[in-house]
Design a protein around this ligand. Structure first.
Ligand code: NAD
Length: 482
């Protein structure tokens, strides 16, 4: 269906129709493995954004009135179609994002699962009824769709970040406008075609690629018909959008950046910890909000852990994501590579030692070598910022208190990883680590059935699981006398 990027529709998808931008503007989508133009895509304007809200409004009442079972079955068909076209979608993700094909296949399977999970949740938007403590009346609580939703997604998981929002929104009975990242709009457009085939009525899902993200999203957040913003992206942009959303008091869900600590205690199974470190660090070439960003290793095993990690990182095959042998693809764009390189050189300047890598390979495309830094001083900038690349900085610790203090010393709180053979310590750490999620002796936390999200400046709200649908429902309380 989408074996070639030229098979993907490249106009805006508004009200169930493919249309050009009102000013006929278009922009290029690049292949990060060589910088070549893959496709040109319609560039939505603020006026198109209002047209998208018009379309979402026109469809809102009838979509909210469909039966939960009908919405469930549409989502189930979307899951089946995504699964049927999984290989084409994975290739598309790889072509526009750069990630290696195995990572893209993993993403597409994960993305499709959100449709299956919310097909199952659509019929479980339970309200409640209880007797008031005074006995005078009943407290009836209805769960109703929150209203028209603006969904803004990042480039690092172009399929999964979209389905993680569209799935629960549609299950809840909301209509949506999706603004995908301009580096990776093709996957979102391909999914619009899949949703259309699955029977989603025109106007329920609108997809609006746009290079002028700020102006387009702002136009929608200032339209009083929009009641919900669900954003996944950087904390920096999240802060801007929270301020924008304040003008019309728009309900916000925010999935923002991370700075995940990865703690390895001397009593851990070191081989298992290294296996998990490779997943937590290298899934998506390090371009994940959940990526292990800071490795804290207990003194007595630091040398051994470092040696094992260098061995595994050095063996990774770097190349165009589309090549079958590739394990690490290019970064998404040149800015990303430059930022990673600045963080690595900054760490070395601050006193860290390069145990592996540290260079930009001499080849076309946006590549960075798998890199391990040891003896990283605790004040190095690389420990404060999201690296978003294949770089592992190692720091040692003396005891649990020091490890927890360093792990929590960040404005972020998305996920923490801890490796220990002591169950009591593991559970204690799960409480002490200040993050929305903990990987305990495990390097992967993402699961459509689990509430994903962060504390502190990593976000507000949860996506996935039952909680994910609550973000798209408004509780209405009816005081009933009978
Ligand atoms: P980004 O914040 O630059 O962009 C995210 C989206 O916002 C894109 O669609 C972009 O076009 C749009 N955008 C950018 N500026 C905007 C503005 N001023 N107004 C409105 N929209 C704007 O993030 P990115 O570089 O695409 O993605 C990487 C970031 O996303 C990382 O920080 C990563 O941690 C985060 N992320 C978080 C999660 C999570 O679930 N917590 C998941 C994936 C990625």
């Amino acid at each position: 269906m989408f074996a070639d990027p030229s098979d993907v529709p490249t106009d805006l998808y508004l009200g169930g129709k493919w249309v050009a931008a009102q000013d006929n503007g278009r922009f290029d989508v690049l292949d990060p493995s060589n910088g070549a133009v893959l496709a040109t895509v319609a560039d939505g304007t603020p006026a198109d954004a209002i047209a998208a809200v018009d379309a979402a409004e026109a469809a809102a009442e009838s979509w909210a009135a469909t039966s939960p079972r009908e919405r469930s079955e549409v989502l189930r068909r979307a899951f089946e179609l995504m699964t049927l076209h999984a290989e084409d979608l994975a290739r598309l993700v790889t072509l526009e994002n750069g990630k290696a094909l195995p990572d893209a296949r993993g993403e597409v399977a994960y993305a499709a699962e959100f449709f299956r999970w919310y097909a199952e949740e659509a019929v479980r938007a339970h309200g409640s009824i209880v007797t008031a403590p005074s006995g005078a009346n009943k407290i009836l609580v209805l769960e109703q769709p929150v209203g028209i939703c603006v969904l803004v997604t990042p480039w690092n998981f172009p399929a999964a970040m979209a389905t993680r929002k569209i799935g629960p929104a549609l299950a809840a009975g909301c209509t949506v406008v999706l603004k995908p990242a301009s580096d990776t709009p093709l996957t979102a457009l391909a999914m619009a075609a899949i949703l259309q085939d699955a029977g989603v009525p025109g106007g329920v899902v609108n997809v609006l690629p746009a290079r002028r993200s700020g102006a387009v999203v702002s136009a929608m957040l200032h339209d009083p018909r929009v009641r919900k913003l669900s954003f996944t992206g950087s904390t920096e942009v999240g802060r801007i959008l929270l301020k924008e959303a304040a003008d019309q008091v728009v309900n916000c869900s925010m999935e923002l950046g991370g700075n995940a600590p990865f703690l390895v205690f001397a009593d851990a199974d070191l081989d298992a910890a290294v296996d998990a470190a490779m997943i937590a660090k290298m899934r998506n070439g390090g371009e994940a909000c959940t990526a292990a960003n800071r490795f804290f290793v207990e003194d007595s095993v630091a040398e051994e852990f470092g040696r094992l990690l260098v061995e595994r990182m050095a063996a990774l095959r770097v190349g165009p994501g589309i090549d079958q042998a590739t394990q690490v693809g290019p970064m998404v764009n040149l800015d990303a590579v430059e930022k990673i390189h600045d963080l690595v050189t900054g760490a070395v300047k601050a006193g860290a030692r390069l145990a592996l890598g540290g260079n930009r390979p001499d080849r076309p495309g946006f590549f960075y070598e798998p890199t391990v830094l040891v003896d990283v001083p605790t004040d190095a900038p690389i420990l404060r910022e999201e690296i978003f690349g294949p770089v592992a900085p190692l720091v040692t610790f003396r005891d649990e208190d020091e490890a927890v203090r360093m792990a929590n010393d960040t404005e972020y709180g998305l996920v923490s990883y801890a490796f220990t053979g002591d169950l009591a310590r593991g559970l204690r750490l799960s409480e002490r680590l200040d993050s929305g999620m903990v990987g305990l002796n495990r390097g992967l936390v993402s699961d459509p059935a689990a509430p994903f999200g962060g504390t502190k400046q990593s976000g507000i709200g949860r996506e996935g699981g039952h909680d994910g649908m609550l973000d798209y429902l408004e509780s209405k309380y009816v005081a009933v006398q009978w």
